[in-house]
Design a protein around this ligand. Structure first.
Ligand code: DC
Length: 228
């Protein structure tokens, strides 16, 4: 399947806590593109499986669930809502329970194949800013616009910690940092489509930059390389 020549996909990868979501939203808004959070899609599948009586080892049952998978997005007050079977689960997919299991689900080849198909369909249909772990390397390897956002682990952990505290979660900085280190390791060593820097990606170290500054750099580059 070749990318529709008329559509633009801005692909943004990077580890947890590098600021991808906020930056992607800002870029999408500025360019008038759709924002696609593929991490939310992996979380939605994880949520669905955890809330069914399917064991995460039962590949046949998982394949069946994927056949009738109903995940959708809805933009509400500038926030992207995630719907599973028409129900808004935006909050639930951010729970610790889902976070603790998502890497396992994201390592199942059948799940990756299904979500990659859905992500490709979205990118064929809409100009979009798509963020994740394998967008530059596996989902839209042919796009001209590839970015990899990175920051030191301390900085990423601090950002995540502040977000969680703001939400009212009772966590310590050390707990958040260890969870980030563990997720980095799982994302980078996954057998299928691991997190890695694509040779054509522009790497942006977000440390010391505001998210607006990072977004501006990306928008500037995209505009300079296209006629939008
Ligand atoms: O971006 P996030 O933290 O919400 O992503 C949740 C998990 O989903 C992440 O730990 C790895 C997985 N993921 C993936 O494997 N591939 C993607 N394109 C996006 C996310």
């Amino acid at each position: 399947m070749k990318q529709n020549e008329n559509k633009i996909v801005v692909a943004i990868d990077g580890p947890a806590g590098a600021g991808k979501t906020t930056v992607s939203k800002l870029v999408a808004k500025k360019l008038g593109f759709v924002h696609v959070d593929t991490g939310a899609m992996y979380r939605a599948v994880t949520y669905k499986l955890l809330n069914s009586d399917i064991s995460l080892d039962d590949i046949e049952a998982i394949k069946k669930t994927l056949e009738t998978l109903d995940i959708d997005f809805k933009l509400e007050d500038d926030e992207l809502k995630v719907l599973v079977d028409k129900k808004d689960v935006s909050k639930e997919i951010r729970s610790e329970y889902v976070s603790a299991n998502v890497n396992f689900v994201a390592a199942i080849p059948e799940v990756r194949q299904k979500l990659r198909e859905l992500q490709r369909l979205i990118g064929m249909k809409y100009n979009c800013v798509m963020e994740g772990r394998d967008i530059t390397t596996a989902v839209f390897p042919e796009t001209k616009f590839k970015f990899y956002l990175d920051a030191p682990v301390e900085e990423r952990a601090l950002r995540r910690y502040n977000e969680l505290v703001e939400k009212g979660d009772k966590v310590t900085f050390e707990e958040v940092k260890s969870a980030i280190i563990r997720r980095d390791e799982l994302d980078r060593t996954r057998g299928i489509n691991p997190l890695r820097i694509d040779e054509n990606a522009i790497v942006i170290n977000t440390f010391g930059l505001t998210q607006q500054q990072v977004a501006d750099k990306i928008v500037e580059y995209v505009k300079s390389m296209s006629n939008i």
